[in-house]
Design a binder for this molecule. Structure first.
Ligand code: GLU
Length: 527
């Protein structure tokens, strides 16, 4: 039997440790995701620890938002969430150990003396690093006896270096003397970040720390604490910054940055996960399919393929990817999500007495049909209500350029009026030959559309009018615009009555406009 190596026996345990001071930023969400992917890939455990010891900046609301965002993304921890503030007794016990072993000490050096030392170092062009020897021991004892306040400092090694091999950034080494004895607990006894972070990672059995590169400067100090406690430090993987397209740190200026904002915009969690996974990570081959199912991301993920150059957040690309996900997600799920958004804008649509404008269809058939018309054109869930608005409300205005082009004179207006009548007649006959309501399959709807279109084409030809000049005024009447999903599909879901009503409304509107402009120019309306 082969000998078990440490890596074979030690199961991976990683954690995401956010400070609850605001929304879950995409940068942090990516750190959570990379930890989660790594845990899934290695068959390890993914944990979440809320670092809420900074009572002034931490809020309960931010904690809830972060946990909700993680859940929405599917990045739920494998064990109950840990809260750092509830672990004070553990921090205290470890602090005692360091004080007892002499790796930490109570420092009474007053602020004025520290300022003086700092100023001296600056004047001499040296990095300031505090050392115990800089404040006379007997003065410290006197202050101690007088009950003066003190901080607790970690006694950093003198001389030599502290080094680690970061999985992303490679070998990093710092001179211990540039660090000096750093503070690990405030005068009120509450411990500081570098200390609590290490204690909790030890206590939670963390084997690898993956977090933002802003923590690189903290790592040597943390490694010193691990060693002082006699514990082998975990592996480290720091993730590069995320920038906006202008190569500045990603911020509000560049648009949405919080996970909840993306959710509100109608981004799907699967799309955001896929997008974030490729933000600084890529599989080995030069060309690969960017839309990658989650199982494949898990199977292929590795931290050593994380790039150390900053990643640029590209909103357009995320929107593109979201559009792909909208179309590849099973239809019932997309329909449910879009229906929620439609009901937010038109609450009547989910009320029991809602009647679709085409009474041949049930609510479900109608909603499914109109959502199907928009699905190729939407990149986010919020675009659906915008694109489908004309199914709920008659146009309040018409595209000016189109109105001028297609309804400039009485002949054109009369043609539209006639087309309205042709459509009304064709409707009954078309439904006789192909009733999409009875036979819910795409071909029947196509046949119905053809049966509606044919008489219009015959008439247009006999009048010498281009078919486009017949179709566009109808489209303008029903949608207010000149671009829409296929016209006869739109008419089917809008229903006979509403279609004719809207055509007549445009006819009336166009005539009134003609009379008005004729009156203004003094000419009689032209026929
Ligand atoms: N609470 C720290 C932060 O939000 C995370 C530290 C870590 O992951 O080690 O930046």
């Amino acid at each position: 039997m082969p000998l078990m190596t440490e890596t074979m026996t030690k199961k991976t345990r990683v954690r995401f440790a956010p400070s609850p001071t605001g929304l879950l930023h995409v940068g942090s969400a990516r750190a959570a995701l990379f930890n989660w992917l790594y845990a899934r890939h290695t068959g390890g455990t993914f944990l979440v620890r809320i670092e809420d010891t900074d009572l002034e900046r931490s809020t309960e609301e931010a904690t809830q938002q972060i946990l909700e965002s993680l859940e929405w993304l599917g990045l739920t921890p494998d064990e109950p969430v840990e809260y750092q503030a509830r672990r004070a007794h553990i921090h205290r016990a470890y602090l005692e150990r360091l004080l007892e072993s002499g790796h930490a000490y109570r420092c009474y050096c007053p602020k004025e003396k520290l300022d003086e030392l700092r100023e001296k170092a600056r004047a001499e062009g040296r990095i300031f690093a505090y050392r115990r020897e800089m404040f006379p021991e007997e003065e410290a004892r006197k202050l101690e006896a007088a009950g003066a306040p003190c901080v607790i400092r970690f006694r950093a090694p003198v001389g030599g270096t502290t080094a680690f091999d970061d999985i992303v950034y490679g070998h990093i080494e710092v001179e211990n003397d540039t660090i000096g004895d750093f503070v690990i607990a405030r005068p009120d006894g509450t411990p500081l970040y570098n200390f609590t972070n290490v204690v909790d990672d030890i206590d939670m059995g963390i084997t690898l720390v993956c977090r933002g590169e802003d923590h690189v400067p903290n790592t040597p100090k943390q490694i010193m604490i691990y060693r002082a406690l006699g514990v082998e430090p975990p592996q480290f993987a720091h993730l590069p910054l995320i920038l906006g397209p202008d190569k500045q740190k990603l911020s509000k200026r560049h648009g949405a940055t919080g996970v909840t904002e993306f959710r509100a915009m109608g981004i799907l969690p699967e799309a955001l996960v896929n997008y974030l996974a490729l933000l600084g990570w890529a599989p080995p081959e030069a060309e690969f399919e960017e839309v990658m199912p989650l199982e494949e991301l898990i199977a292929r993920f590795s931290l050593d393929r994380v790039s150390k150059s900053p990643a640029v957040f590209d909103h357009e690309k995320l929107l593109w990817m979201n559009g792909v996900y909208i179309r590849k997600t099973p239809r019932p799920r997309i329909e449910a999500l879009v229906r929620e958004r439609l009901a937010q804008r038109w609450p009547a649509v989910e009320k029991p007495d809602f009647m679709p404008p085409n009474p041949a269809l049930s609510r479900d058939e109608w909603l499914s049909g109109i959502i199907g018309l928009a699905i190729e054109r939407c990149r986010t869930l919020t675009e659906f209500p915008d694109l489908l608005a004309y199914f709920f409300e008659a146009p309040k205005s018409y595209e000016e350029k189109a109105a001028k082009k297609f309804l400039a004179n009485e002949a054109q207006i009369a043609a539209l009026e006639h087309v309205g009548k042709l459509l009304d007649d064709a409707w009954a006959r078309a439904t006789e030959s192909a009733d999409p309501a009875k036979n819910q399959n795409p071909e029947t709807l196509e046949q119905w559309c053809q049966a509606m279109e044919d008489p219009l084409r015959v008439w247009a030809e006999s009048e010498g009018i281009k078919f486009g000049n017949v179709a566009q005024p109808i489209r303008l009447a029903v949608t207010g615009k000149t671009a829409s999903p296929p016209l006869f599909h739109v008419l089917w879901f809008l229903g006979r009555e509403e279609t004719i009503r809207r055509i007549n409304a445009l006819v009336t509107w166009a005539r009134a406009r003609l009379t008005e402009s004729g009156a203004r120019s003094g000419d009689p309306p032209t026929a």
